[in-house]
Ligand binder design. Structure first.
Ligand code: NI
Length: 247
């Protein structure tokens, strides 16, 4: 159930039975020579919406631009500074909290968001703690990477082994091809499996990973894999959401 497709009266009714909401958060950044710029936002959004259907929960608008400074040496990548992303997350949570939402479940599609979104949660809690807002209901925020469940990890090992890598992975590429098959594109890549390692700023990243991939072979992806990955992720993340919303 997308928040954007509801009326305010429907949201008021929803709040009588649940105060939980799912927030997809991703990134807009290069994903290697064949992956979509929107991969991290699109995958977070499709899984969040699947979870919303499975759990009967509202899904907020996707935060599609994340913390991706290290990808800026590749055309099309867009970033928010960490401080900007903290403000975006805080304002969205506080807007919804005003209406009575108390459980904010972020479904994340981008590893580079984790530190900043976790810091945003600390800002939100600190503000409440410092102001002693004891007459307001306690709120809780949770960040769930879609690829973190045991079933997804097992499936990725089975399908791709060590060629999964950590950026422009065959798993995330397969998900986008499942949902947007018209965007499928393959080409030879050299080396077949990209190098791994660390990075600092955007120039450093591009020097270390010239075609944008880290540790991955996205040519292994298929739309059929994407369907299995989607179904497994939705099942695992929905179970986590349901537990979290009740806690
Ligand atoms: Ni990604």
């Amino acid at each position: 159930m997308q928040l954007q497709l509801q009326t305010w009266t429907a949201v008021e009714d929803y709040l009588k039975r649940s105060t939980g909401i799912i927030v997809p958060i991703g990134s807009t950044e290069q994903h290697g020579p064949t992956g979509l710029i929107g991969t991290d936002a699109l995958t977070a959004e499709m899984i969040a919406r699947g979870v919303g259907e499975a759990a009967g929960a509202l899904v907020a608008p996707t935060i599609s631009v994340g913390m991706a400074q290290h990808h800026l040496a590749f055309p099309g990548s867009v970033t928010l500074r960490p401080t900007t992303l903290i403000a975006v997350v805080r304002d969205q949570v506080q807007s919804l909290a005003r209406h009575g939402f108390t459980r904010f479940f972020f479904v994340n599609g981008h590893g580079g968001n984790v530190a900043t979104v976790t810091a945003a949660f600390s800002e939100i809690y600190a503000e409440r703690s410092l102001e002693r807002l004891s007459n307001q209901p306690p709120i809780k925020c949770s960040l769930r990477n879609w690829w973190d469940g045991p079933g997804i990890k097992e499936l990725s090992r089975e399908l791709y082994g060590a060629s999964e890598g950590s950026h422009a992975t065959p798993s995330e590429v397969a998900l986008t091809w499942y949902k947007y098959p018209e965007t499928m594109k393959q080409m030879p890549m050299e080396p077949r499996v990209a190098p791994t390692g660390g990075f600092a700023d955007a120039e450093d990243y591009r020097r270390a990973f010239p075609d944008g991939r880290i540790g991955s072979d996205p040519n292994l992806a298929t739309p059929e894999h994407g369907k299995r990955i989607y179904e497994t992720a939705v099942r695992e993340v929905a179970a986590d959401y349901t537990r979290f919303a009740k806690a």
